[in-house]
Ligand binder design. Sequence first.
Ligand code: SAM
Length: 289
Amino acid sequence: MQRSRSSLANDAEGLAPGLYIVATPIGNLGDISSRALSVLARAELIACEDTRVTGKLLHHFGISTRMTPYHDHNAARVRPGLIARALAEPVALVSDAGTPLISDPGCKLVAEARAAGVTVATVPGPSAAIAALSIAGLPTDRFLFAGFLPAKPGARATAIAELAAVPATLVFYESGPRLAATLAALRDGLGDRPAAVGRELTKRHEEMIVAPLSDLAARWAEAPPKGELVVIVGPPAAPEAPDAADLDSALLAAMTTLHLKDAARQVATALGLPRTQVYSRALALKNGE
Ligand code: SAM
């Protein structure tokens, strides 16, 4: 969508002072929202990670709002000035691509702006994590966004171990050269779960490959893929419920040495079953049912 400078300048009224967190495309420029364009055009200042990257985006849409860099290396120094300006006039924050704050700078800026009484408004839009989840076909009812894993194998294994018991789909960002090692480490730490790799989403060579972690790790073991990547790993399989015979034999064994109530409590904990269910079965066994 190409909008001319003049049409954006025409709606240059009424943007209240505040900090506007504006999502931008993750590849396909057609994904920018009309509200994002309007806010970027009407803001007094756009804070961005890299003025060259955002400059290209603004140029494409004919927007001439002034930019100022805001990135990990200057954030502490420039944050107070940005907050002071956002109290008085509209200031936008964008990242190179996608939604600011999602594996991108801005968290402290938003927190400190809020604390200083700045109105913080969202202009939502693309984010690679959500885009990948929307087409992988893995469970989305509960997911945990884990960003980039550590690069060093030991730290990476520790981070993966911390996630192993999380009963949710896991979402990671990764780069091509590290993909195969990361997939192998995920397989080793989580088991061979269903997984997916989304590559170059919204771009010409977009692909989403869904397969068990071991297959995905083997696929790129020799030649790393090009482009930007999201890794999605399905949740752990639900533990299998013990069958009735297992429950009865565990209860009968426990009841030889424990009172019925204690036996039920011990077996419920051991088998991960509700205590009330195990207690009523223990009663039934005691009554010879
Ligand atoms: N803030 C961004 C967002 O909302 O998605 C993420 C920024 S993070 C620094 C960049 C990482 O996001 C990339 O290394 C890649 O893992 C992922 N990513 C960004 N664009 C992507 C795309 N088009 N396809 C797949 N992954 C992408």
